[in-house]
Design a protein around this ligand. Sequence first.
Ligand code: ADP
Ligand code: ZN
Ligand code: ZN
Length: 802
Amino acid sequence: MNVAKVIVDVPSAAIDQTFDYEIPERFMDILTPGMRVIVPFGPRKIMGFVVQITDQSSFNKLKPILEVLDLVPVLTEELLNLGRWLANETLSLSINALQVMLPQVLKSKYKKEIVRSTEENLPLELEDLFQGRDVIPFEEFENSPLTYNQLKKAVDAGDVSIDYVVQSRITKKYITMVAPLKEIHLLEEALQDLPKSAKKQRAIIEYFIEQPEEISQKLLLSKLQTTSSTIKSLVEKGLIETYRKEVYRNPYDDDAIERTAPLTLNAEQQSAIEPILESIENEKHEVFLLHGVTGSGKTEVYLQAIQEVINKGQEAIVLVPEISLTPQMVNRFKSRFGKSVAVMHSALSAGEKFDEWRKIQRREVQVVVGARSAIFSPFENLGIIIIDEEHENSYKQEEQPRYHARDVAIERGKNNSIPVILGSATPTLESFARASKGVYKLATLKNRTNNKPMPEVITVDMREELHAGNRTMFSRLLMDKVRDCLEKGEQIVLLLNRRGYSTFIMCRDCGHVKECPHCDIALTYHKNNQTLKCHYCSYEELVPHSCPECSSDSIRYFGTGTQRVEEALAQIIPEARVIRMDVDTTRKKGAHEKLLRDFAEKKGDILLGTQMIAKGLDFENVTLVGVLTADSMLHIPDFRSSEKTFQLLTQVSGRAGRHELTGEVIVQTYTPEHYSIELASKYNFEEFYKKEMAMRRAFQYPPYYYLALITITHPNQVVVVQSAQQMVKQLQQIVQPGSIILGPTPSPIPRIKDRYRYQCMIKYKHEPNLRKNIQAVMNYFKDQIQKNDLQIIVDMQPYQMM
Ligand code: ADP
Ligand code: ZN
Ligand code: ZN
């Protein structure tokens, strides 16, 4: 018997296993593991992944596979194994672990279509539905007056058939091409025969006599100022042909990028790259931590290591945080490796992403530069994995499977016996601790390649500003420096560590703050349309005219958003041209790039924005960086808040003076004495590392302890509290002595989307069976989860404490 073991697309713990299906004769030769199939599952037909093909099953009557969706497996053998590891490591469902490796387009539900199978006339109602097309989406039938009975009759009569199609088939982009069908001398003959009046037809034939090559119909029509009916008559005469051709959507204009050659590495870079090249050569898995200040030439090291990998006929994955996956960054790779580079960026449309993914699948590229999920690129001959800005939080996925790309990279590195490079100016404490212990190899780049010192950082105590009577959000020093810059024609970056016009509404009389009725957090004021919005659940309401508590009409926004800073700047320095970059101004596709381009072309003097401007940008003319509120990140409920503050301040400082001009950084703060602010201003990572490690040790946090965060949610608060208490009791029975269980406590955001949230945390040093044990505890709650709408979210190594 021919048996396929299939993971079916039913995201439920009760179904998290493989199911056996019979492989019908007609699929025998084509089916391999890693392909998607349609299988019967109860009364439904659903998608599944074939993970194994065998000739035995412990069941004797198997249902057959109905359809095979792929002719080339979408998951390689390595990725199937990685999926198993991932599900286990993150306590996720197998189906989620497999789905996460595929581009969105392949993840979405397969589509049903009705296909016309006859040239004969269909019954009138059906002709109405088809309207001359050969294929129509099934939904059109569902929305039509036709009954299932009528459709079934047509199916039984063989007039139409129902097809299951993957989105991929319909999202491929086609263009119509025109090409000559006859040789040139025959075209010349035909030209003689064409009447003089058929000017347009003659023009097309003349065109093809000159250039007997295919051309897109659209381009041809516009070149010759004619219409498709002209083309049609020539097609009917058998002189030319039209056909559809698949095109890749390429958001980057590869041909416009100038190629660069490898630079001669300086001594620091040389000693950093040598052990990496050795590891490539010896096919030995090692993790390198490349610790180098901004501008120290880390990227050049990556580029040359990749070159070595390509020379060996292997492939490279480069991960870059979403936020710094800017055209500037992408161009550095494209200009070195040209068309061998695929880019995986969330700003691409689903179709564009799919195109890039297929370039990898078809071995058309050797390098992928992408955000988190690019770690799953289906290369089969991987030679190196690089994670730039390894400290970035965006490498952690905050939904199932809750994986960290760094862990996945190291797992793939082991499986392929290849080096993994982690690069950062501010490595995570976890990585630096591992490097200090020799688990990772540390390479340090201490100097900028241009040998310029890092820009000087001046901290300004905003409390003193207030005492001196300055009630604005800008210190006097910052304003002086801004004016200075403007006079010299230099540019400024201003960072506001906050989101959007992010501010809440508060009554000045009674202190009432408008909160989301579902999430227990302050609503955010959006000035554009005078609304209050919840950033967790999208709840929205109009700004009230008076306080709902005390009816006072002095209800105002409070706090500072980029839009307000922009307005304040306009009042103080009206001559400055400000480019504002935040979630609101970058929502539209391509807006991010456009704003940056404008700033690079000096269409603005000040680039004002949130975190998204802190990274990866490189502007020659920027000499002043101002951080308006350095402390705002210190007060979030997260044990990493000092580390995040240090990282952000260091990153943003690196934006100034990268080139000929010397830069300066002004940091405004209410707590200048805090070690993360003080040490960031001195670029003293080592000292910060020591201080912060001492804190982590004292409070038993990573890297001294591992964490597992378990969040329990339910619409009923009593149920949540009870379940959370039970959870803690259960956990106490499974952990080793020495491990610590915290909680249950309400989550920092105690309610989201009408569900109450409680959490407990396990801190542990050594728990070899923890995953298995947590799984068992989850099992204990099985009934409540399935029947009573209880939700348990497990996050191994959490990064977001909300
Ligand atoms: P990082 O990635 O560490 O921020 P980059 O790789 O971007 O640093 O290097 C900073 C600048 O120095 C870039 O403009 C780069 O072209 C240049 N650069 C890098 N390596 C060298 C080198 N060996 N010689 C000269 N210039 C270099
Ligand atoms: Zn009030
Ligand atoms: Zn809400």
